[in-house]
Write a protein that binds this ligand. Structure first.
Ligand SMILES: *Cc1c(COP(=O)(O)O)cnc(C)c1O
Length: 372
């Protein structure tokens, strides 16, 4: 993924010309999604749950894995896992459910099912970067409607006007939003669903950290789907996302799914984890409490603007021109967060920190006090 073309060698130069003619221009223009090396650092950059599986659950988990037949293909429907998810996550009866290798794969499946020349994928910005990336790869036009500058709320008039003009096949709204952490007004989302000629996907990747959801409203509109993941609740390593909505839509989207996309170890591990959901609920409560403590401590610092968050991260705005140096200063002290300065015009001077354990958050606060 990180191989560089060596220039100066004629064989490589010919290779580069072939790249230009053979690789689609939209792909040539992309940069691969970059994941920074976090070796040896306190990792507060990727919205991971900082807690691992409790010691007393490790043996029973390994026993469940030991029973899996690695020589056989996985259950293509992941039936047991889907039944367990339906019960644990409260997916309304009568709604369809399809699983993905992470919710990223489900975004891709949606784009493949509804994409095509001249079709538009709409989202809001600053938002989750994979919407644009996947739209580009799948050959859809991408449109990002700016959020309000002062509070990252939906600009309802601008969004409705963009829907009217571009008639998007697909609209994605992250609820809460990444990287801003806020919840959009539910009645604005309802207006967007009603005005949309295409599907509206409410992406609830951060559902464990908020009391608000559109899951129970599935079926209220024929074009609403809800996307979820187990990544942020503490199972990012499993790669499992799920998409729920009207069965006739889910059936079509399921046709773009590769047959065995959820491997046996993920199916078994996720069923095991969901049967112990109370463990993850307890960890989530700790993270929510730490979020409030961290937000208070940050708000007490000079010149720091702290945006309200319903997710497991906090967006900060620093004094003019200091985000880059502060980010580097934190890294030099062994703390990795996310520098968003330069990622979008509305994110100037912004940093994003994932809520970690109490100790990690304390280390971050102390390093920050030295770095500013
Ligand atoms: C993290 C994130 C995802 C991706 O989750 P995976 O299931 O790990 O692929 C999707 N949407 C949003 C808004 C996210 O922040």
């Amino acid at each position: 993924m990180n191989d560089k073309i060596i220039t100066g060698n004629p064989a490589h130069a010919a290779g580069a010309a072939a790249l230009d003619t053979l690789v689609r221009p939209a792909i040539r223009a992309l940069s691969a999604y970059h994941v920074p090396d976090a070796t040896g650092l306190i990792k507060l950059d990727a919205m991971e749950n900082p807690y691992s599986l409790p010691e007393e659950l490790r043996e029973p988990w390994l026993s469940a894995l030991r029973e899996q037949a690695l020589n056989r293909y996985p259950d293509p429907q992941a039936s047991l896992l889907r039944t367990t998810l339906r019960a644990t996550m409260g997916i309304p009866a009568g709604m369809g459910l399809v699983l993905g290798n992470g919710s990223d794969e489900l975004i891709q499946m949606l784009a493949l099912a509804l994409g095509g020349p001249g079709r538009t994928l709409l989202s809001v910005e600053p938002g989750f970067v994979m919407y644009r990336m996947i739209a580009t790869v799948a050959g859809l036009d991408y449109l990002g409607v700016p959020l309000r500058a002062e509070d990252f709320a939906l600009d309802l008039d601008a969004t409705l006007a963009a829907i009217e003009e571009h008639q998007p096949a697909l609209t994605f709204l992250a609820y809460p939003n990444n990287p801003t952490g806020n919840l959009f007004a539910a009645d604005s989302i309802a207006r967007i669903i009603e005005a949309s000629p295409g599907l509206v996907v409410v992406d609830e990747a951060y559902a464990p950290f908020t009391d608000h959801s559109f899951l129970s409203r599935l079926g209220d509109w024929p074009n609403l789907l809800v996307l979820r993941t187990v990544s942020k609740m503490g199972l990012a390593g499993l790669r499992l996302g799920y998409l729920a909505g009207p069965p006739e839509w889910i059936e079509e989207i399921d046709k773009t799914r590769l047959p065995y996309n959820i491997n046996v170890l993920t199916q078994a591990s996720a069923v095991f984890a969901l049967r112990h959901a109370e463990v993850f609920d307890a960890q989530t409560r700790l993270i929510r409490a730490e979020r409030e403590r961290l937000a208070k401590a940050l708000a007490a610092m000079d010149g720091m603007q702290v945006y309200p968050s319903e997710a497991n991260f906090i967006l900060l705005r620093l004094p003019d021109g200091t985000a880059g140096p502060v980010f580097m200063g934190l890294k030099a002290q062994g703390v990795l967060i996310k520098n968003l300065d330069g990622a979008h015009p509305r994110l100037r001077d912004c940093l994003r920190v994932t809520v970690g354990t109490a100790d990690e958050n304390q280390a971050f606060l102390e390093a920050l006090a030295k770095a500013v």
